[in-house]
Design a protein around this ligand. Structure first.
Ligand SMILES: Nc1nc2c(ncn2[C@@H]2O[C@H](COP(=O)(O)OP(=O)(O)OP(=O)(O)O)[C@@H](O)[C@H]2O)c(=O)[nH]1
Ligand SMILES: [Mg+2]
Length: 456
Protein backbone atom coordinates (compact mmCIF):
# COMPACT_ATOMS: atom_id res chain seq x y z
CA UNK A 1 0.00 0.00 0.00
CA UNK A 2 1.31 3.43 -0.93
CA UNK A 3 1.43 6.27 1.58
CA UNK A 4 -0.29 9.57 0.97
CA UNK A 5 1.74 12.35 -0.62
CA UNK A 6 1.22 16.09 -0.91
CA UNK A 7 2.88 19.05 -2.63
CA UNK A 8 2.22 22.50 -3.99
CA UNK A 9 1.21 21.84 -7.61
CA UNK A 10 1.33 25.39 -8.94
CA UNK A 11 4.43 27.42 -9.78
CA UNK A 12 6.09 29.33 -6.94
CA UNK A 13 5.37 33.04 -6.75
CA UNK A 14 2.20 35.09 -6.66
CA UNK A 15 -0.93 34.13 -8.56
CA UNK A 16 -4.71 34.25 -8.40
CA UNK A 17 -4.81 30.80 -6.87
CA UNK A 18 -2.29 28.20 -5.77
CA UNK A 19 -3.10 24.52 -5.62
CA UNK A 20 -2.05 21.87 -3.14
CA UNK A 21 -2.42 18.35 -4.41
CA UNK A 22 -2.76 15.29 -2.20
CA UNK A 23 -2.77 11.71 -3.46
CA UNK A 24 -3.10 8.37 -1.72
CA UNK A 25 -5.36 6.22 0.31
CA UNK A 26 -5.87 8.70 3.13
CA UNK A 27 -6.16 11.81 0.94
CA UNK A 28 -9.81 12.23 1.85
CA UNK A 29 -9.12 11.71 5.60
CA UNK A 30 -6.35 14.30 5.53
CA UNK A 31 -8.73 16.76 3.90
CA UNK A 32 -11.37 16.00 6.53
CA UNK A 33 -8.94 16.94 9.31
CA UNK A 34 -7.99 20.35 7.96
CA UNK A 35 -10.99 21.50 5.90
CA UNK A 36 -14.20 22.99 7.27
CA UNK A 37 -16.70 23.15 4.43
CA UNK A 38 -19.32 25.89 4.58
CA UNK A 39 -21.89 23.24 3.79
CA UNK A 40 -20.72 19.77 4.92
CA UNK A 41 -23.62 18.12 3.12
CA UNK A 42 -22.34 19.49 -0.20
CA UNK A 43 -18.97 17.70 0.01
CA UNK A 44 -19.27 15.32 -2.93
CA UNK A 45 -16.96 13.39 -5.21
CA UNK A 46 -15.68 15.67 -8.05
CA UNK A 47 -17.60 18.74 -6.88
CA UNK A 48 -15.86 21.88 -5.74
CA UNK A 49 -16.76 22.88 -2.23
CA UNK A 50 -16.17 26.15 -0.51
CA UNK A 51 -14.85 26.52 3.03
CA UNK A 52 -11.82 27.17 5.20
CA UNK A 53 -8.60 25.44 6.06
CA UNK A 54 -8.58 25.40 9.86
CA UNK A 55 -5.80 24.29 12.18
CA UNK A 56 -7.45 21.43 14.13
CA UNK A 57 -5.40 22.15 17.27
CA UNK A 58 -5.74 25.92 17.53
CA UNK A 59 -9.00 26.20 15.54
CA UNK A 60 -7.52 29.23 13.78
CA UNK A 61 -8.36 29.85 10.14
CA UNK A 62 -5.41 29.40 7.81
CA UNK A 63 -7.01 30.22 4.44
CA UNK A 64 -10.29 30.52 2.59
CA UNK A 65 -10.36 27.83 -0.08
CA UNK A 66 -12.16 25.72 -2.67
CA UNK A 67 -11.54 21.99 -2.45
CA UNK A 68 -12.21 19.09 -4.71
CA UNK A 69 -12.06 15.42 -3.85
CA UNK A 70 -11.64 12.90 -6.68
CA UNK A 71 -12.17 9.26 -5.88
CA UNK A 72 -9.80 6.86 -7.68
CA UNK A 73 -9.17 5.13 -9.99
CA UNK A 74 -10.07 7.69 -12.65
CA UNK A 75 -7.65 10.32 -11.39
CA UNK A 76 -4.20 11.59 -12.33
CA UNK A 77 -2.44 9.02 -10.14
CA UNK A 78 -5.35 6.49 -10.16
CA UNK A 79 -5.40 6.97 -6.36
CA UNK A 80 -7.79 9.13 -4.38
CA UNK A 81 -6.78 12.71 -5.10
CA UNK A 82 -7.57 15.97 -3.33
CA UNK A 83 -6.85 19.45 -4.63
CA UNK A 84 -7.05 22.49 -2.40
CA UNK A 85 -7.31 25.84 -4.18
CA UNK A 86 -5.74 28.37 -1.85
CA UNK A 87 -4.97 32.03 -2.32
CA UNK A 88 -2.01 32.10 -4.67
CA UNK A 89 0.74 33.37 -2.39
CA UNK A 90 3.66 31.61 -0.76
CA UNK A 91 2.40 32.07 2.82
CA UNK A 92 -1.13 30.61 2.48
CA UNK A 93 0.26 27.74 0.40
CA UNK A 94 3.11 26.98 2.78
CA UNK A 95 0.84 27.14 5.85
CA UNK A 96 -1.79 24.90 4.31
CA UNK A 97 0.83 22.43 3.10
CA UNK A 98 2.39 22.30 6.59
CA UNK A 99 -0.97 21.50 8.06
CA UNK A 100 -1.61 18.79 5.48
CA UNK A 101 1.79 17.26 6.27
CA UNK A 102 1.06 17.32 10.00
CA UNK A 103 -2.21 15.53 9.40
CA UNK A 104 -1.26 12.36 7.60
CA UNK A 105 0.46 13.14 4.30
CA UNK A 106 4.15 13.23 3.53
CA UNK A 107 5.95 15.59 1.18
CA UNK A 108 5.97 14.27 -2.39
CA UNK A 109 9.23 13.88 -4.25
CA UNK A 110 9.67 15.65 -7.61
CA UNK A 111 7.59 13.82 -10.23
CA UNK A 112 6.08 11.45 -7.68
CA UNK A 113 2.46 12.03 -8.75
CA UNK A 114 3.32 11.17 -12.35
CA UNK A 115 5.50 8.28 -11.19
CA UNK A 116 2.46 6.83 -9.43
CA UNK A 117 0.40 7.30 -12.60
CA UNK A 118 3.07 5.20 -14.33
CA UNK A 119 3.48 2.57 -11.59
CA UNK A 120 -0.28 2.22 -11.36
CA UNK A 121 -0.48 1.65 -15.10
CA UNK A 122 -2.34 4.74 -16.22
CA UNK A 123 0.56 6.02 -18.32
CA UNK A 124 3.42 4.07 -19.84
CA UNK A 125 6.94 5.40 -19.33
CA UNK A 126 7.19 7.36 -22.58
CA UNK A 127 3.81 8.97 -21.88
CA UNK A 128 4.97 9.92 -18.39
CA UNK A 129 8.11 11.45 -19.88
CA UNK A 130 5.93 13.46 -22.22
CA UNK A 131 4.23 15.14 -19.25
CA UNK A 132 7.38 17.10 -18.46
CA UNK A 133 7.90 17.91 -22.14
CA UNK A 134 4.36 19.28 -22.37
CA UNK A 135 5.01 21.48 -19.34
CA UNK A 136 8.36 22.73 -20.63
CA UNK A 137 7.33 23.23 -24.28
CA UNK A 138 8.30 26.70 -25.48
CA UNK A 139 6.75 26.58 -28.95
CA UNK A 140 3.60 25.17 -30.54
CA UNK A 141 5.53 22.49 -32.40
CA UNK A 142 7.36 21.26 -29.28
CA UNK A 143 4.00 21.17 -27.53
CA UNK A 144 2.26 19.29 -30.36
CA UNK A 145 4.95 16.61 -30.48
CA UNK A 146 4.91 16.21 -26.68
CA UNK A 147 1.09 16.02 -26.61
CA UNK A 148 1.18 13.40 -29.31
CA UNK A 149 3.54 11.35 -27.15
CA UNK A 150 1.43 11.91 -24.04
CA UNK A 151 -1.65 10.71 -25.90
CA UNK A 152 0.19 7.46 -26.60
CA UNK A 153 0.76 7.75 -30.35
CA UNK A 154 4.49 7.16 -29.99
CA UNK A 155 4.01 4.24 -27.55
CA UNK A 156 1.41 2.85 -29.93
CA UNK A 157 3.99 2.81 -32.71
CA UNK A 158 6.52 1.07 -30.43
CA UNK A 159 3.89 -1.49 -29.45
CA UNK A 160 3.11 -2.19 -33.11
CA UNK A 161 6.77 -2.80 -33.82
CA UNK A 162 7.07 -5.08 -30.77
CA UNK A 163 3.99 -6.99 -31.91
CA UNK A 164 5.67 -7.71 -35.23
CA UNK A 165 8.73 -8.93 -33.32
CA UNK A 166 6.60 -11.21 -31.15
CA UNK A 167 5.07 -12.76 -34.24
CA UNK A 168 8.51 -13.40 -35.66
CA UNK A 169 9.77 -14.75 -32.33
CA UNK A 170 6.87 -17.16 -31.99
CA UNK A 171 7.53 -18.52 -35.43
CA UNK A 172 11.25 -18.89 -34.80
CA UNK A 173 10.79 -20.49 -31.38
CA UNK A 174 8.30 -23.03 -32.64
CA UNK A 175 10.72 -24.03 -35.36
CA UNK A 176 13.52 -24.38 -32.83
CA UNK A 177 11.51 -26.34 -30.27
CA UNK A 178 9.39 -28.55 -32.53
CA UNK A 179 11.35 -28.88 -35.75
CA UNK A 180 9.78 -32.25 -36.54
CA UNK A 181 6.18 -31.33 -35.87
CA UNK A 182 3.77 -30.58 -38.62
CA UNK A 183 4.04 -26.80 -38.43
CA UNK A 184 4.65 -24.13 -40.99
CA UNK A 185 8.37 -24.32 -41.59
CA UNK A 186 10.23 -21.09 -41.41
CA UNK A 187 12.16 -20.06 -44.49
CA UNK A 188 15.15 -17.81 -44.23
CA UNK A 189 13.82 -15.64 -47.07
CA UNK A 190 10.61 -14.96 -45.18
CA UNK A 191 12.48 -14.37 -41.93
CA UNK A 192 14.80 -11.89 -43.62
CA UNK A 193 11.89 -10.05 -45.19
CA UNK A 194 10.03 -9.82 -41.88
CA UNK A 195 13.10 -8.65 -39.99
CA UNK A 196 13.88 -6.05 -42.65
CA UNK A 197 10.40 -4.65 -42.31
CA UNK A 198 10.84 -4.18 -38.57
CA UNK A 199 14.29 -2.75 -39.06
CA UNK A 200 12.88 -0.17 -41.49
CA UNK A 201 10.24 0.78 -38.93
CA UNK A 202 12.93 1.40 -36.33
CA UNK A 203 15.10 3.28 -38.81
CA UNK A 204 12.32 5.58 -39.85
CA UNK A 205 11.73 6.52 -36.22
CA UNK A 206 15.46 7.09 -35.79
CA UNK A 207 15.51 9.32 -38.86
CA UNK A 208 13.34 11.80 -36.99
CA UNK A 209 15.66 12.01 -33.99
CA UNK A 210 17.88 14.77 -35.31
CA UNK A 211 14.87 16.97 -36.00
CA UNK A 212 13.47 15.86 -32.67
CA UNK A 213 16.52 17.05 -30.80
CA UNK A 214 16.13 20.52 -32.29
CA UNK A 215 12.40 20.59 -31.59
CA UNK A 216 13.21 19.72 -27.99
CA UNK A 217 16.37 21.71 -27.30
CA UNK A 218 16.11 24.47 -29.88
CA UNK A 219 18.34 25.49 -32.75
CA UNK A 220 21.19 27.84 -31.94
CA UNK A 221 21.62 30.52 -34.58
CA UNK A 222 24.45 33.07 -34.56
CA UNK A 223 24.48 36.25 -36.65
CA UNK A 224 28.00 37.26 -37.65
CA UNK A 225 29.71 39.76 -39.89
CA UNK A 226 31.95 42.80 -39.72
CA UNK A 227 30.67 45.93 -37.97
CA UNK A 228 27.72 47.91 -39.35
CA UNK A 229 26.43 45.32 -41.86
CA UNK A 230 23.05 45.04 -40.10
CA UNK A 231 23.39 42.14 -37.64
CA UNK A 232 21.46 43.79 -34.85
CA UNK A 233 18.88 44.99 -37.36
CA UNK A 234 18.33 41.36 -38.40
CA UNK A 235 17.97 40.25 -34.80
CA UNK A 236 15.32 42.90 -34.25
CA UNK A 237 13.51 41.90 -37.45
CA UNK A 238 13.40 38.23 -36.47
CA UNK A 239 12.21 39.13 -32.98
CA UNK A 240 9.84 41.75 -34.34
CA UNK A 241 10.91 44.11 -31.63
CA UNK A 242 13.63 46.61 -31.08
CA UNK A 243 15.80 44.49 -28.81
CA UNK A 244 19.38 45.31 -29.84
CA UNK A 245 20.72 48.83 -30.26
CA UNK A 246 21.11 49.77 -33.92
CA UNK A 247 23.17 52.82 -34.94
CA UNK A 248 25.20 53.87 -37.93
CA UNK A 249 28.35 53.73 -35.79
CA UNK A 250 30.42 50.61 -36.53
CA UNK A 251 31.07 48.71 -33.32
CA UNK A 252 27.67 49.42 -31.73
CA UNK A 253 27.21 45.90 -30.38
CA UNK A 254 30.10 45.08 -28.10
CA UNK A 255 28.80 42.03 -26.26
CA UNK A 256 26.85 39.03 -27.54
CA UNK A 257 23.08 39.24 -27.05
CA UNK A 258 21.02 36.06 -26.79
CA UNK A 259 17.26 35.83 -27.23
CA UNK A 260 14.78 32.97 -27.54
CA UNK A 261 12.14 32.98 -30.21
CA UNK A 262 9.89 30.68 -32.17
CA UNK A 263 10.42 30.45 -35.91
CA UNK A 264 7.29 28.75 -37.22
CA UNK A 265 7.17 26.54 -34.16
CA UNK A 266 10.87 25.81 -33.97
CA UNK A 267 12.50 27.05 -30.80
CA UNK A 268 15.48 29.17 -31.72
CA UNK A 269 18.26 30.60 -29.56
CA UNK A 270 19.40 33.62 -31.52
CA UNK A 271 22.71 35.34 -30.82
CA UNK A 272 23.61 38.75 -32.13
CA UNK A 273 27.35 39.25 -31.97
CA UNK A 274 29.85 42.08 -31.92
CA UNK A 275 31.08 42.92 -35.43
CA UNK A 276 34.39 41.19 -36.10
CA UNK A 277 37.29 43.55 -36.92
CA UNK A 278 40.79 44.54 -35.81
CA UNK A 279 40.46 46.88 -32.88
CA UNK A 280 42.55 48.27 -30.04
CA UNK A 281 39.50 48.67 -27.83
CA UNK A 282 39.89 46.07 -25.10
CA UNK A 283 36.14 45.71 -24.45
CA UNK A 284 35.42 45.28 -28.14
CA UNK A 285 38.23 42.70 -28.40
CA UNK A 286 36.63 40.58 -25.69
CA UNK A 287 33.27 40.94 -27.46
CA UNK A 288 34.82 39.76 -30.73
CA UNK A 289 36.31 36.71 -29.00
CA UNK A 290 32.81 35.91 -27.75
CA UNK A 291 31.44 36.35 -31.29
CA UNK A 292 33.88 33.75 -32.60
CA UNK A 293 33.00 31.39 -29.78
CA UNK A 294 29.28 31.65 -30.40
CA UNK A 295 29.61 31.08 -34.10
CA UNK A 296 31.70 27.99 -33.49
CA UNK A 297 29.04 26.59 -31.21
CA UNK A 298 26.03 27.56 -33.34
CA UNK A 299 23.99 25.01 -35.29
CA UNK A 300 23.40 27.65 -37.97
CA UNK A 301 25.39 30.77 -38.79
CA UNK A 302 23.93 33.74 -40.65
CA UNK A 303 26.85 35.61 -42.15
CA UNK A 304 25.89 39.12 -43.23
CA UNK A 305 27.59 41.16 -45.94
CA UNK A 306 26.79 44.77 -46.77
CA UNK A 307 25.99 44.61 -50.50
CA UNK A 308 26.34 48.37 -50.87
CA UNK A 309 30.03 48.22 -50.02
CA UNK A 310 33.01 46.58 -51.72
CA UNK A 311 34.43 43.44 -50.20
CA UNK A 312 36.89 44.24 -47.47
CA UNK A 313 39.70 42.28 -45.88
CA UNK A 314 37.49 41.98 -42.82
CA UNK A 315 34.79 40.20 -44.85
CA UNK A 316 37.42 37.87 -46.31
CA UNK A 317 38.84 37.01 -42.93
CA UNK A 318 35.43 36.07 -41.58
CA UNK A 319 34.69 34.07 -44.74
CA UNK A 320 37.75 31.99 -44.04
CA UNK A 321 36.36 31.05 -40.65
CA UNK A 322 33.01 29.99 -42.07
CA UNK A 323 31.91 26.36 -42.03
CA UNK A 324 29.96 26.05 -45.30
CA UNK A 325 27.84 23.20 -43.98
CA UNK A 326 26.05 25.36 -41.45
CA UNK A 327 26.14 28.83 -42.97
CA UNK A 328 23.72 31.07 -44.81
CA UNK A 329 25.02 34.26 -46.42
CA UNK A 330 22.82 37.32 -46.25
CA UNK A 331 23.49 40.10 -48.76
CA UNK A 332 21.99 42.97 -46.81
CA UNK A 333 21.13 46.56 -47.69
CA UNK A 334 19.86 45.67 -51.18
CA UNK A 335 17.74 48.83 -51.03
CA UNK A 336 21.01 50.71 -51.67
CA UNK A 337 22.98 50.65 -54.97
CA UNK A 338 24.81 47.34 -55.19
CA UNK A 339 28.57 47.00 -55.08
CA UNK A 340 28.69 43.23 -54.69
CA UNK A 341 26.35 40.40 -55.65
CA UNK A 342 26.04 36.64 -55.33
CA UNK A 343 28.92 36.00 -57.75
CA UNK A 344 31.31 37.81 -55.40
CA UNK A 345 30.30 35.42 -52.62
CA UNK A 346 30.76 32.43 -54.92
CA UNK A 347 34.42 33.27 -55.42
CA UNK A 348 35.07 32.03 -51.91
CA UNK A 349 32.00 30.10 -50.83
CA UNK A 350 30.70 27.74 -53.51
CA UNK A 351 27.87 25.92 -51.82
CA UNK A 352 26.28 28.17 -49.22
CA UNK A 353 22.76 29.50 -49.75
CA UNK A 354 22.76 33.24 -50.49
CA UNK A 355 19.75 35.37 -49.62
CA UNK A 356 19.27 38.96 -50.72
CA UNK A 357 17.85 41.09 -47.98
CA UNK A 358 17.16 44.53 -46.71
CA UNK A 359 16.46 45.23 -43.10
CA UNK A 360 15.20 48.60 -44.24
CA UNK A 361 12.36 47.09 -46.31
CA UNK A 362 12.22 43.69 -44.50
CA UNK A 363 12.96 41.92 -47.78
CA UNK A 364 14.40 38.46 -47.19
CA UNK A 365 13.31 38.03 -43.59
CA UNK A 366 10.69 35.40 -44.32
CA UNK A 367 13.13 33.66 -46.66
CA UNK A 368 15.57 33.34 -43.75
CA UNK A 369 12.80 31.88 -41.60
CA UNK A 370 11.98 29.36 -44.32
CA UNK A 371 15.64 28.43 -44.58
CA UNK A 372 15.77 27.78 -40.83
CA UNK A 373 12.69 25.58 -40.99
CA UNK A 374 13.91 23.61 -44.00
CA UNK A 375 17.27 23.03 -42.32
CA UNK A 376 15.50 21.52 -39.33
CA UNK A 377 13.25 19.20 -41.31
CA UNK A 378 15.94 18.37 -43.82
CA UNK A 379 13.69 16.31 -46.09
CA UNK A 380 13.57 13.44 -43.58
CA UNK A 381 10.62 14.54 -41.54
CA UNK A 382 7.58 16.37 -42.81
CA UNK A 383 6.50 19.50 -41.01
CA UNK A 384 3.08 18.25 -40.04
CA UNK A 385 4.42 14.99 -38.66
CA UNK A 386 4.17 14.89 -34.89
CA UNK A 387 5.52 11.37 -34.49
CA UNK A 388 9.06 12.48 -33.79
CA UNK A 389 11.65 11.08 -31.41
CA UNK A 390 12.61 13.98 -29.15
CA UNK A 391 13.87 12.07 -26.13
CA UNK A 392 17.54 11.08 -25.96
CA UNK A 393 16.75 8.00 -23.89
CA UNK A 394 14.37 6.78 -26.59
CA UNK A 395 16.89 7.51 -29.31
CA UNK A 396 19.64 5.52 -27.55
CA UNK A 397 17.29 2.57 -27.16
CA UNK A 398 16.27 2.71 -30.83
CA UNK A 399 19.94 2.70 -31.82
CA UNK A 400 20.47 -0.39 -29.66
CA UNK A 401 17.41 -2.15 -31.14
CA UNK A 402 18.51 -1.24 -34.65
CA UNK A 403 21.88 -2.85 -34.00
CA UNK A 404 20.32 -6.09 -32.77
CA UNK A 405 18.04 -6.18 -35.82
CA UNK A 406 20.97 -5.50 -38.10
CA UNK A 407 22.81 -8.47 -36.57
CA UNK A 408 19.72 -10.67 -36.84
CA UNK A 409 19.36 -9.80 -40.53
CA UNK A 410 23.03 -10.52 -41.26
CA UNK A 411 22.87 -13.88 -39.54
CA UNK A 412 19.70 -14.76 -41.40
CA UNK A 413 21.41 -13.91 -44.67
CA UNK A 414 24.26 -16.23 -43.72
CA UNK A 415 21.82 -18.99 -42.78
CA UNK A 416 23.00 -19.26 -39.18
CA UNK A 417 21.17 -21.45 -36.67
CA UNK A 418 17.79 -20.08 -35.56
CA UNK A 419 18.91 -20.24 -31.91
CA UNK A 420 21.48 -17.50 -32.53
CA UNK A 421 19.14 -15.33 -34.55
CA UNK A 422 16.52 -15.62 -31.87
CA UNK A 423 18.85 -14.05 -29.29
CA UNK A 424 19.13 -10.84 -31.32
CA UNK A 425 15.45 -10.65 -32.15
CA UNK A 426 14.71 -11.06 -28.49
CA UNK A 427 17.12 -8.37 -27.44
CA UNK A 428 15.56 -5.92 -29.93
CA UNK A 429 12.19 -6.76 -28.43
CA UNK A 430 13.46 -6.22 -24.88
CA UNK A 431 15.16 -2.94 -25.78
CA UNK A 432 12.01 -1.50 -27.32
CA UNK A 433 10.17 -2.46 -24.15
CA UNK A 434 12.42 -0.08 -22.21
CA UNK A 435 10.90 2.85 -24.09
CA UNK A 436 7.43 2.21 -22.77
CA UNK A 437 8.74 0.99 -19.42
CA UNK A 438 7.82 -2.65 -19.74
CA UNK A 439 11.31 -4.03 -19.36
CA UNK A 440 12.97 -1.18 -17.57
CA UNK A 441 15.11 -1.09 -14.43
CA UNK A 442 14.22 0.86 -11.31
CA UNK A 443 17.21 3.18 -11.50
CA UNK A 444 16.17 4.31 -14.97
CA UNK A 445 12.64 4.96 -13.76
CA UNK A 446 14.01 6.99 -10.86
CA UNK A 447 16.22 8.96 -13.20
CA UNK A 448 13.32 9.74 -15.51
CA UNK A 449 11.18 11.15 -12.71
CA UNK A 450 14.00 13.06 -11.05
CA UNK A 451 13.80 15.49 -13.99
CA UNK A 452 10.31 16.49 -12.96
CA UNK A 453 9.26 19.48 -10.93
CA UNK A 454 7.80 19.26 -7.46
CA UNK A 455 4.05 18.74 -7.39
CA UNK A 456 3.80 17.03 -10.80
N1 LIG B 1 19.83 51.19 -46.01
C1 LIG B 1 19.94 50.19 -45.16
N2 LIG B 1 20.47 50.40 -43.94
C2 LIG B 1 20.54 49.35 -43.10
C3 LIG B 1 20.06 48.07 -43.44
N3 LIG B 1 20.28 47.23 -42.40
C4 LIG B 1 20.87 47.97 -41.44
N4 LIG B 1 21.03 49.25 -41.85
C5 LIG B 1 21.67 50.36 -41.13
O1 LIG B 1 23.02 50.04 -40.93
C6 LIG B 1 23.49 50.55 -39.69
C7 LIG B 1 24.12 49.41 -38.86
O2 LIG B 1 23.11 48.48 -38.49
P1 LIG B 1 23.28 47.51 -37.26
O3 LIG B 1 22.14 46.59 -37.27
O4 LIG B 1 23.55 48.28 -36.02
O5 LIG B 1 24.62 46.77 -37.70
P2 LIG B 1 25.48 45.73 -36.89
O6 LIG B 1 26.01 44.76 -37.85
O7 LIG B 1 24.75 45.22 -35.73
O8 LIG B 1 26.70 46.65 -36.40
P3 LIG B 1 27.69 46.44 -35.15
O9 LIG B 1 26.86 46.19 -33.95
O10 LIG B 1 28.40 47.74 -35.09
O11 LIG B 1 28.61 45.31 -35.49
C8 LIG B 1 22.30 51.22 -39.03
O12 LIG B 1 22.33 52.58 -39.28
C9 LIG B 1 21.12 50.55 -39.74
O13 LIG B 1 19.97 51.37 -39.75
C10 LIG B 1 19.49 47.91 -44.74
O14 LIG B 1 19.05 46.82 -45.16
N5 LIG B 1 19.45 48.98 -45.54
MG1 LIG C 1 25.08 45.30 -33.73
Amino acid sequence: MEDTIAAIATAPGEGGIGIIRISGESAFDVLGRVFCPANPAALENRKMSYGHIVNPQTKSIVDEVLCVYMKGPKTYTTEDVVEINCHGGMVPLRKTLELVLENGARMAEPGEFTKRAFLNGRLDLSQAEAVIDVIRAKTDKTFDVAMNQLEGVFSGRIKEIRKKLVDILVNVTVNIDYPDEDIEEITYEKLEKDLMEVRNDVESLLASAETGKIIQDGLSVAIIGKPNVGKSSLMNSLLRESRAIVTEIPGTTRDTIEEHLSVRGIPVRLTDTAGIRETSDIIEQIGIEKSKESFNQADLVIFILDSSKDFSDEDREIMELVDEEKTIVLLNKTDLPAKIDESSVREMLQTVPVIKASMETQEGVSEIEEKIVSMVYDGKVSQNNNLIVTNVRHKDILVKAEKSLHDAVSMTKMGEALEFIEIDINSAYESLGEIIGETVQDDIINEVFSRFCLGK
